[in-house]
Design a protein around this ligand. Sequence first.
Ligand code: ATP
Ligand code: MG
Length: 389
Amino acid sequence: MNDRYIMIHYGELGTKGNNKKAFVAQLNKNIRHALKNFDVNVTYDHDHTFVDFSGEAEPIISRLKDVSGIQRISLVYKLPRDLEILKQKSLELIKEAEGKTFKVEAKRTDKTYPLSSPEIERAIASIILKNTSFKVDVHNPDIKVFVQMRNDASYVYLNTVSGAGGYPLGMNGKVLMLLSGGIDSPVASYLLLRRGIKIECLHFASPPYTSTAVIDKLEDIIGKLSYYQEDIKLHIVPFTKLQEEIYNHVDEPYCITIMRRMMVRIASIYAKKTNCLAIATGESVGQVASQTLNSIQVINSVTNFPILRPLCTLDKLDIIKISKQIGTYDISIRPHEDCCTIFAPKKPKTKPKEEECLYYEKRFDYETFVNECVENIETIQFKSGEKVE
Ligand code: ATP
Ligand code: MG
């Protein structure tokens, strides 16, 4: 017996008490889904998931790194409960590892095993010290050798790989993500997904001012996001009429603020309809005129729905870095017209006032247009990045 397994350590789930069972079940459902293209057998207990596999471990570990709710991932070796075999395997593994210092951490879940954990640790450390140039460092070792003595077998593994952390997707409800074709909102979507929050996407389109090229971009972006969430809905709001009304009735410096207030009104109504518990955007404080705290306050005040802004404190360079990492950057920078940029005023208000907004909004019957937008939303359903007709 000398089997390799991938062992998955649960993340913050550990603290979830009574909910733990549901969390573990959801996580394992997500793990099975993520590994559907691999030849694996997934089993789990209260504390760990074991992935039995053949072939290379690396592609599987790399896929698992993006599954939210996983704290750590280790390639473990299952051995007979024989200290000699355990010592030899530990030695063999550390010889292949890079570093100068090590520490052994033993855990004995089978309390009837004759040696205590410190005794097992000492036995393994001494064979490593005798046969390699590794030195012991208990505080900050380069390599940790983990061994477990369980009822059925013994296990040994070296350093573990960090997982995505967070919660399993589906355990934290769903939000309505305002998705533009830009750089920021796909990154915000990704951060929510990594946290275990499901998304549905809402896009404001203003044809003929905006072209269908935006929708092509969004489809490609959703293709990337579907790596984290298999089924994604894209809701498209026909925004043209309302936008024209705004520009016919509102003085230029207030156009963007009023437009965003309308977006939030529409999103709030639609979030309720789709059972989303919050709205989310790719806004980052101070990035542009409509994202100063003053603007955010005035835009936010039209709803009592929570608006999540995962990028709120991030620097543009950090956002770009993440967008490159998740593969949306090259899609986002493809040129397109956005409803925000088309009508962008030369001098937008950076400190808009609520009273002024109310004054402009009295000039036209915006509610009718808002409701019309909501009624005419069209939905495209995606599965694994492909449109479902
Ligand atoms: P992004 O790169 O996400 O477009 P941005 O820096 O260009 O962001 P804005 O265009 O001001 O900033 O948009 C701020 C946020 O408002 C976006 O991140 C997105 O959540 C939302 N938003 C903007 N335009 C649209 C749109 N046409 N449809 C849906 N949401 C939008
Ligand atoms: Mg934009």
